[in-house]
Write a protein that binds this ligand. Sequence first.
Ligand code: NAP
Length: 287
Amino acid sequence: MSAQIIDGKMIAGRVRIGVAKEVEAFAAQFGGAVPGLATILVGDDPASAVYVNGKQKACCEVGMQAFNFPLPTDAPRAAVVELVERLNADAEVSGILLQLPLPAHLDGAELTGMVDARKDVDGLTPVSAGLLALGREGLRPCTPSGVMTLLEVAGATLEGAEAVVIGRSNLFGKPMAQLLLGANATVTICHSRTRDLAAVCRRADVLIAAVGRARMVKGDWVKPGATVIDVGMNRDESGLVGDVDFAAVSEVAAAITPVPGGVGPMTVAFLLRNTLQAARMQRGEAG
Ligand code: NAP
């Protein structure tokens, strides 16, 4: 079998076009106002700067406002708190993104938690995580939301399906499992202490890997006909590779995401979608 390749780049492009159209409609409805995303970048980590620039550019491309607030590496906690509080109160700012990781003297989880949940476009505050766990309306983390769209476009059946998520991070694994549960899948979350990981993976109709170990998921870990989503981003001598052995698994799976060009582009697309949803919620509309 040769798997269908799930083209995340193309699907993310469609999401962005949809957001751009909705931004136009938003502006028409609200007297020219457009959603705005504020990014906070503390320090000069080159990778973080590239990510923030990409997010800013993507915002402008769909007609949203983008504001960046750089702070020096040695910015005291109080300066970050003051900025988050100011942005929480700023009506022009629909979404706030505190770029992680922060310098060692700052607590990323604590400071992220200060973002107003209605502006939490990363979906990482305790309030957003709680709303997701309760199945109530709120902003969902971008990467798992993007994966749900990839599964939908790939035609994967989730209701009653066995879904296995490898990885239990707050950023991805836990919210991914919640979203799958919300779609009526039977969900198993695996991690570094899981016994016989390969056997658990072989049960999966939908297998999602978010570990950070290059090509860990082998061809004989996958049930024939499964849908496989590779969230991993690892650098090795051949460049950017995922957590799945793509060549071997694509001979067994029905559908698979490539790395690059699979999950990655969906994350920024859903950041834009979340910023639009946040702007709507702040104007009293359902997201
Ligand atoms: P993380 O916080 O490091 O979590 C990794 C998870 O993998 C942990 O739950 C860990 O288990 C588990 N794990 C580690 N070794 C394992 C093993 N041998 N067997 C089974 N489970 C194992 O990472 P993350 O933030 O979730 O990210 C995971 C990967 O996804 C990374 O490559 C990251 O770059 C990528 N990612 C990509 C995007 C995107 O936009 N494409 C977004 C987010 C993440 P324990 O909990 O027991 O330690």
